[in-house]
Design a protein around this ligand. Structure first.
Ligand code: F6R
Length: 241
């Protein structure tokens, strides 16, 4: 694991955006694995800025998002589809046909999980997977468990995750209880992984992820076994080191 220290959220976003830009420049038809949540928003802003300056071209880039809430339609402003459109896709020259997100409206969970896993294989795998880190160590929606789920699957979200996500909904009752997510195996198959972490509230879990035992009770700890992981974290997130 390579660890890059950033001064603050802005610096973290810039450093991570640099790594993604390098990937797009080196391989213009690369497959980017993307994440939602609050941590990557600054990264996407920076990528949009560089796109507007003519530095980046997304016309041949393909993407696969980590996860999507089950039951939310694309036009629901809390769906991850909507998030990606608003925070990145509609601002750059990416071809929508080249973007992939699990279909939250598919009610046959086994069918959708298999379709999504196959779609990633058809893309030729993920070149660079961007990850945020949950307070309980989750990556994608792979919550603490006694196993590392291999492939894309449906999950019941934990209370702590529902609690953390309620800020995006009018009330906690509206937060979906299930989501589709890439499995830990899907994530670990990415050629390169970029984990971004910001804020003091993530300091303890980041410490456990890097220094603790590899255990499905801290899903992101599996990243210790990946051959090419870059962590970009700000000073607050690194305050336990
Ligand atoms: C998002 C995702 C989640 C988030 C994590 C951190 O697609 O899969 O694992 O990365 O919950 O979220 P933030 O960045 O909001 O703290």
């Amino acid at each position: 694991m390579k660890l890059y220290r950033a001064k603050d959220y802005y610096d973290m976003s810039r450093k991570a955006a640099n790594i993604i830009s390098a990937q797009v420049i080196m391989k213009p038809n690369c497959v980017l694995g993307l994440a939602t949540g609050s941590t990557p928003v600054g990264i996407y802003k920076q990528l949009i800025e560089w796109y507007n300056k003519g530095v980046l071209d997304f016309s041949r880039v393909k993407t696969a998002n980590l996860d999507e809430y089950k039951g939310l339609t694309k036009d629901n402003d809390q769906s991850y589809y909507y998030f990606m459109r608003e925070n990145l896709f509609r601002h750059v020259n990416i071809n929508e046909a080249n973007t992939n997100i699990p279909d939250g409206t598919e009610t046959d969970a086994i069918k959708e999980a298999a379709r999504y896993e196959e779609a990633i294989k058809e893309l030729g795998g993920i070149d660079l997977q961007l990850l945020g880190l949950g307070h309980n160590g989750h990556i994608g929606f792979n919550e603490p468990s006694d196993i590392f789920p291999k492939e894309t699957h449906i999950v019941d979200l934990q209370e702590s995750t529902i609690e953390a996500n309620k800020r995006f909904f009018a009330s906690i009752d509206q937060v979906p209880r299930q989501a589709y997510t890439m499995g830990i195996g899907t994530i670990m198959s990415a050629k390169k992984i970029l984990l971004v972490v910001s804020g003091e509230d993530k300091a303890q879990i980041l410490h456990d992820v890097i220094k603790g035992p590899v255990s499905p009770s801290v899903p992101a700890s599996i990243l210790q076994l990946h051959p090419d992981v870059i962590i970009v974290a700000d000073e607050e997130a690194l305050s336990e080191f």
